[in-house]
Design a binder for this molecule. Sequence first.
Ligand code: SIN
Ligand code: CO
Length: 378
Amino acid sequence: MRRHWQKKPLLVRQAIPGFKPVLSAAQLFALASRDEVESRLITRSPARRGQAAWRLQRGPFARRALPPLAQPGWTLLVQGVDLHSEAAHELMQRFRFIPDARLDDLMISYASEGGGVGPHFDSYDVFLLQASGSRRWQISAQTDLSLQADAPLKILRRFAPQQEFVLHAGDMLYLPPGYAHDGVAQPGTGADGRPQACMTYSIGFRAPAQHELAAALLTRLAEMAQEEDGDAAPKLYRDPSQPASLNPAQVPPALLRFAEQALARALREPQALASALGEYLSEPKPNVWFESSDQAAEGLQKGQGVRLHQRSRMLYDAKRVFINGEAFVALGADARLMRQLADERHLPAATLARLSPSARQLLGNWFEDGWLVADLAG
Ligand code: SIN
Ligand code: CO
């Protein structure tokens, strides 16, 4: 973290020795055929006048809509695989040396020989883990990040590679934001001599943009202030001392002061800001859903432990716990146990028994909502 995170690339040979893909190509193609899964197909046609022509199509893709595997120069990208595959979710857990609030998702690419997404840069940090087959990465610290104007995806206009590595299964490359790179699938054979598909896993991060945070937090704070007012009539701007106006189009200075007060009021309560931030950061993505359990909270009573559902996002700060966009105040021993649940993503049965009745009730509700599931391992 000290030397590389957000600073410079790092190649880790055999980051995960003996790594085996968590999904077969057939399972990946099946995911790409689902409506709720974001997928893209990128095809490169042979270069004409020195420049390759790129084509981008968006999923879902029926299996027969994908090009033949033997056709070179295409790649399928499937986003958010960790939301759908438990094994992919488990793999993501290895990257929790970075705070959950920064972790985004696991994208898997499948590429035929020569396939790739072209030279580009990403705005976020990424760990590129080779899952099977091999891929040649060329990278560059270039500062010219201008893009081709007419391409359907972000392609660098002038890519000047400075380093090159061929990654095999288990190797991993970390790139900080804004680092130019181009990964091209290489022909490869496995230990058994059979051809191996090039699959690359991108462990991606999120970083809120300041303007997005401002928009999201101010909206929440304004709603909180409104809730605080309850049924009281909204506070409207009043101007009993407004003289007859000679400049009717001018914004009254008193109205600017009223607006300033409105913002100051929303920001007055630092606890409200912390609460809004935790809610925002733990909000699941729009395509995420949970299946509520009709088993009621019984799972909590059978001496079983609980685990967070793989799609649940749970965070905490000094005063509250946040789960899937909601904030709860937790105190004393309950707070300690809730934080344990957030950090370890499970609570064993013996620990559950130490929760207060109200905290158990809360966990019961989460269980019914499908945010928590019974942990058969106890
Ligand atoms: C890929 O897996 O082909 C694309 C990953 C990336 O360059 O960010
Ligand atoms: Co990239």
